[in-house]
Structure formats: structure tokens, C-alpha cells
Ligand binder design. Structure first.
Ligand SMILES: Cc1cc2nc3c(=O)[nH]c(=O)nc-3n(C[C@H](O)[C@H](O)[C@H](O)COP(=O)(O)OP(=O)(O)OC[C@H]3O[C@@H](n4cnc5c(N)ncnc54)[C@H](O)[C@@H]3O)c2cc1C
Length: 429
């Protein structure tokens, strides 16, 4: 049944579903509720949806910020019953069924979906939060790109080839760390070859540090070995089995006592929901502050509060599902279906995750994909699958087209790429 017209009293009397977060999970919930007999309001502190898996390409000047972001209002322009509210939710009043925003206003709900994702986890390492550069938002990616490009320009201006000023450390040997290190090495190669910087390539160093004794621990051992070889071929100094004990303004200290002096520490060591909205719900907390949900994705504390995506600890046997885009999308879709079932007076159904496999790219023509049944694809075939899948899931036809053109261009190694240092508004004269 289509919802009544927006201006009609019948529309105002429809059940109100508030979805906090317009990431993969929140968008999937709202898509599932679009053109259904409910009013939906998505609340997000950003007015756009961000495609997080490609942030590292923005940070390393492969893509523009606008290529990986899409206005939430535009996504739902066709859906009369889905509205958007720009703002940060600071609190949920579960007793009164309302959320309170940073500006003090509130929104009453009949059903609340918490889809607030996660944030970078610093594991309490002294100095990491203050001095390392995380990669969890578009602003993070732009900040990192500015830092990388500024450091190369500064080295060119000084022409002293100071190895300290040209050492970049990536912390984390999971997909984000591996992808960022590989893309960083490629960026530096292109900049040095094409932009005429007076920098000796031998003075530039990219180091990747991880506590584990191998890369990509969520993948089979052979995939980790392949990633290691590919990173080393690109000149990256991979330090495995090394734990970071402190980060300073220009230094990284390891448990071994070694100090790496560096111009940028890029933090790709993991994520947490501790401190986010999900962590402050009345429901029991799952691992890393995620909201524990039942099999139907409802929080254990409240009949009308749901959690999905990275914010939720979704049971899977004795463990919980990983924080991945397919989990977020599928849990969002399922949540929408269950809310509609509850509103129709039907019993809810348990969520079943369909494993789509995982992927990581190391650079041009080098990627690994772990298939749902455990097999591994790597090399050019893995890379082609990675490209196709990311294009498929990007939101918006124009974004897909722009990204496809950018990638095709870069494939042929032409000196393109948005290597712009764009200062934040407050620092512009
Ligand atoms: C750098 C990076 C690379 C990744 N690569 C991959 C990959 O290759 N493959 C893969 O499967 N997964 C990858 N992931 C994980 C994947 O992106 C996440 O699992 C997915 O984004 C989770 O979706 P979500 O909707 O739960 O959260 P998010 O996408 O994080 O969205 C959360 C939304 O909530 C909003 N929000 C948060 N708090 C509030 C609040 N209090 N008030 C209002 N709005 C709020 C945020 O602004 C954001 O828009 C990657 C993650 C990162 C960070």
C-alpha cells in the first residue's frame, strides 16, 4: 500500500521510524521502508552517505571526495515517505521514545533504528588519538591527503631530502592498512615521476606495522603471503609482530624499543563502537561497545529499538558477525522487513547472513578475494572482481561513471588524479 500524501493528516498519523545513521545499514533500512505505510526520518551528522571502502583512494589522491559521497536527500528523492534531518543525535530516551539532537531539539519515534557505525579504535595507546591520522570519514581522508601532499611539497621546497620528513607509517595490516599502504606507494611513485618534485625516491619510505605475524588475518595464509610480496615489490617496509606502544607528534614507538621518526602515522588498526550512540543504549553491550541484538535485530532492552550494521553485535553461533559492508546492507534490509512485520502484527523472523566473501586490493592489478566457500582469487582476476564489486555498490550512477573514468585513466598511468591541497575553511585566509 502506498503512503498517503505528505500534506494529509493521514500521513502524519503513520507510524514514525527514526533511523540514526545514513551509512550502508541506515540507507538499506530506509530503502526497505520507502513507499511503505510508515513515515521515515533518517538523521545523520553528515548530509551525505559515505562509501567508506574507497576512502583510502580519496586520502591518496586517486578519487575526489564527491566520488565516494552522495547526498542522502538525493538518494530518497523518489520516496515520498522518507525524510532527512541533518544533525547529530546525542542521546536516546528509550522511556519516552524520543531521540535528542545536539541542538537540543528532539524527534519522537514509534520505532528507532540505530545505524551509527563505528569509529577508529586506538586501544588506549598513548598519543595515538592525538597524533595519528584515522581514516573513518571524508574529513579524515581529506586531512590525510593534505598532510601527505603538503609533506612532499615541503620536502621539495627544502630540497634536503630529509628521510624523517618523508617517512610514512601505516599502523594495521588488515584490508584498510594494506590498501592504504599500497595506494600511498603508488601515489608517491606518480608524484615523483610526473610532478617534477625535486625529491630523491630513495629518501621516501613507507612502513607498515602490525602486531600479528602476518597480513590480512581474516584471509587464508596464502592471501597474506601474496599481500606481503606485493607490498614489498612496491618498496614498502612491512614490520610484522610489532606492537605500537606510543605515538608522538612525529614518532612511533614500538615495544621492541625501536622509534620510527615519521611525518604521518596513518591509523588503520581497527574500529570500535565504544563511545558511540549504540554504546549508550540500555541494551546489553556486545564486543567493542556494539549494541547486542536478538536474532531479529531488536535490542535486548526494548521492543521498538533496533540496531544494525557496525553498531550492532549480531549473534552468529558463539561469535558475532564481522563489521563489513555486506553485513550492514543485509541487516538493514532485514530490519526494515521486520519493522513492517511488527506493524502488521506478524511475528518477526531471525536474520540469516549470506556470506559474500571479502576482498582487499594492494594496488594496480593486485588484489585478493576470499570467496564464500573459502577459495582465494588473486592478481589481476582478484583486482577486476574488486573493481566490479565496488562500482556495483557505489551509490549513484554519476559517481559510478566518474569512478570508472578515474580508474581507467589511472590504469594507464596518466598524470591525472586530484592532487589538490585544499585547506579547511577555518584555515583559509
Ligand atoms: C576505511 C574503511 C575501509 C573499509 N573497507 C571495507 C571493504 O573493503 N569491504 C567491506 O565489506 N567493508 C569495509 N569497511 C567496513 C564497512 O565500511 C562498514 O562495515 C560499513 O560502512 C558499516 O555500515 P554502517 O551503516 O553500519 O556504518 P557507517 O557506514 O559507518 O555509517 C554510519 C553513519 O552514522 C552516522 N552517525 C554516527 N553517529 C551518529 C550520530 N550520533 N548522529 C547522527 N549520525 C550519526 C555517520 O555520520 C555515518 O553516516 C571499511 C571501513 C572503513 C572505515
Amino acid at each position: 500500500m502506498a503512503p498517503p500524501h505528505l500534506a494529509s493528516p493521514a500521513f502524519a498519523s503513520l507510524p514514525h521510524v527514526v533511523v540514526v545513521g545514513g551509512g550502508f545499514a541506515g540507507v538499506a533500512v530506509a530503502r526497505g521502508l520507502a513507499n511503505q505505510p510508515v513515515r521515515v526520518t533518517i538523521v545523520d551528522r553528515h548530509n551525505f552517505h559515505t562509501f567508506l571502502p574507497l576512502l583510502y583512494q580519496v586520502a591518496t589522491a586517486g578519487l575526489e571526495p564527491a566520488d565516494v559521497a552522495y547526498p542522502i536527500r538525493t538518494i530518497f528523492g523518489h520516496a515520498r515517505n522518507v525524510g532527512f534531518r541533518h544533525g547529530r543525535v546525542r542521546e536516546v530516551d528509550e522511556a519516552e521514545n524520543r531521540v535528542i539532537l545536539d541542538d537540543g531539539t528532539d524527534l519522537a519515534y514509534d520505532h528507532l533504528v540505530v545505524a551509527t557505525g563505528a569509529t577508529a579504535s586506538y586501544f588506549g595507546i598513548p598519543g595515538a588519538r592525538e597524533h595519528a591520522l584515522p581514516l573513518y570519514s571524508l574529513a579524515d581522508a581529506r586531512r590525510l591527503r593534505n598532510r601527505l601532499l603538503s609533506s612532499l611539497e615541503a620536502a621539495d621546497a627544502r630540497a634536503d631530502h630529509d628521510p624523517v620528513a618523508l617517512t610514512y607509517v601505516v599502523v594495521g595490516g588488515g584490508p584498510t592498512g594494506v590498501e592504504t599502504a599500497g595506494a600511498l606507494a603508488e601515489l608517491i611513485g606518480i608524484v615523483l615521476r610526473r610532478d617534477g618534485l625535486r625529491i630523491d625516491p630513495a629518501s621516501v619510505r613507507v612502513v607498515l606495522v602490525d602486531l600479528a605475524d602476518r597480513l590480512l588475518t581474516a584471509f587464508p595464509v596464502s592471501a597474506g603471503r601474496y599481500a606481503l610480496r606485493q607490498l614489498q615489490l612496491r618498496g614498502i617496509d612491512v614490520r610484522l609482530g610489532q606492537s605500537v606502544v606510543e605515538v608522538g607528534p612525529n614518532v612511533l614507538r614500538l615495544a621492541s624499543g625501536e622509534e620510527i621518526t615519521t611525518t604521518a602515522v596513518i591509523w588503520a588498526a581497527g574500529v570500535t563502537a565504544t563511545g558511540t550512540l549504540a554504546h549508550h543504549l540500555n541494551t546489553a553491550a556486545g564486543p567493542a561497545g556494539r549494541a547486542l541484538v536478538g536474532p531479529d535485530l531488536r535490542c535486548t532492552s526494548c521492543e521498538n529499538v533496533w540496531a544494525v550494521g557496525d553498531a550492532a553485535a549480531i549473534p552468529a553461533g558463539s561469535a558475532v558477525l564481522p563489521q563489513l559492508a555486506p553485513v550492514a546492507i543485509q541487516s538493514g534490509r532485514h530490519c526494515a522487513e521486520q519493522i513492517l512485520r511488527v506493524l502488521r502484527g506478524q511475528p518477526t523472523e531471525p536474520f540469516r547472513y549470506r556470506n559474500k566473501g571479502i576482498m582487499a586490493t594492494i594496488g594496480r592489478r593486485a588484489a585478493v578475494a576470499k570467496l564464500p566457500r573459502g577459495g582465494v582469487i588473486r592478481g589481476t582476476a582478484g583486482w577486476a572482481s574488486w573493481l566490479g564489486l565496488h562500482l556495483f555498490y557505489l551509490v549513484g550512477f554519476r559517481n559510478r561513471l566518474r569512478v570508472l573514468i578515474n580508474w581507467t585513466w589511472r590504469y594507464f598511468d596518466w598524470p591525472s588524479g586530484p592532487r589538490l591541497i585544499v585547506a579547511d575553511a577555518e584555515t583559509v585566509d
